[in-house]
Design a protein around this ligand. Sequence first.
Ligand SMILES: [Zn+2]
Length: 157
Amino acid sequence: MVRPRKLRKVGFIPQIQYFVPFGIDPAERQENILRIEELEALRLKDLEGLEQESCAEQMEISRQTFQRILSEAREKVADSLIHGKALRIEGGNYTRNICPVQCLDCGKEWRESYENFEKIINGEFNCPTCNSNRIICARQEKKKFCWRHCRRHGGES
Ligand SMILES: [Zn+2]
């Protein structure tokens, strides 16, 4: 199984994920799909008013990538507003947090997404190099996973 590696860090997962134009016959309705990281780009740049560089830093991506995601997001929203299309917010390559982890057997270090931590802690996740399931958080020294720390950081900033 190939997992997406280019994760974009987001600080917001929307509760409301579907917006529909009023007065359009559902059978005729078209929609745009806005990915979670595209919504995050709009939130940071257009709602919070951050500089592009800060936005890119927060999402842990390059400025070019941020610019591309933002452009695509704006185009979809504009298209929905102008042409009366619904907006569905779902999917994408996003994560609530990214943490450094290390394999205890081969020593490989990599950056893994918060959403995989539970599997890692339960030994259900394998090192991409040696296939070992003995993986720890690389931020601390007690040979285990700093789940609390990671969870705390998964919900903010
Ligand atoms: Zn390994």
